[in-house]
Ligand binder design. Structure first.
Ligand SMILES: [Zn+2]
Length: 126
């Protein structure tokens, strides 16, 4: 499966395997399995710990870029810039939580796809 197709599924918060089932049942609550194909989303205990790295990394990159751009291109005082970005550091990861998990799942399915026998069984069951 192509990485771009998987990224498209993550952007739509859909199952990385079938692209049809929704990942989330509520704002922060995930379905345990894909409603369409039955894929178990949490492959092992602590599976979603990796999504924290994506969330932190994206937040840090955006804050760094915004600080440099704000410092170089605007007349904002450093105090205003820092407080604005501090608020961003709290709000953005909460909003990005769902996408970080979806990106993590895409990354995991791209790097370590489910075993072939599991895929064959899953495709037969569809
Ligand atoms: Zn699915």
């Amino acid at each position: 499966m192509s990485l771009w197709k998987l990224i498209g599924r993550a952007a739509r918060l859909r199952c990385p395997r079938c692209g049809r089932g929704k990942l989330f049942a509520g704002a922060l609550r995930m379905h345990p399995n894909c409603p369409a194909c039955g894929l178990r989303y949490e492959r092992e205990p602590g599976y979603f710990l990796g999504s924290i790295y994506f969330n932190y990394g994206v937040t840090a990159l955006l804050v760094t870029a915004a600080y440099v751009a704000g410092f170089a291109l605007t007349d904002l005082s450093p105090r205003v810039l820092l407080w604005s970005l501090a608020v961003f550091c709290v709000v953005f990861p909460l909003w990005f939580f769902r996408y970080a998990r979806a990106i993590w799942m895409v990354w995991d399915h791209f790097v370590d796809p489910p075993p072939a026998e599991a895929r064959d069984t899953e495709q037969r069951d569809r």
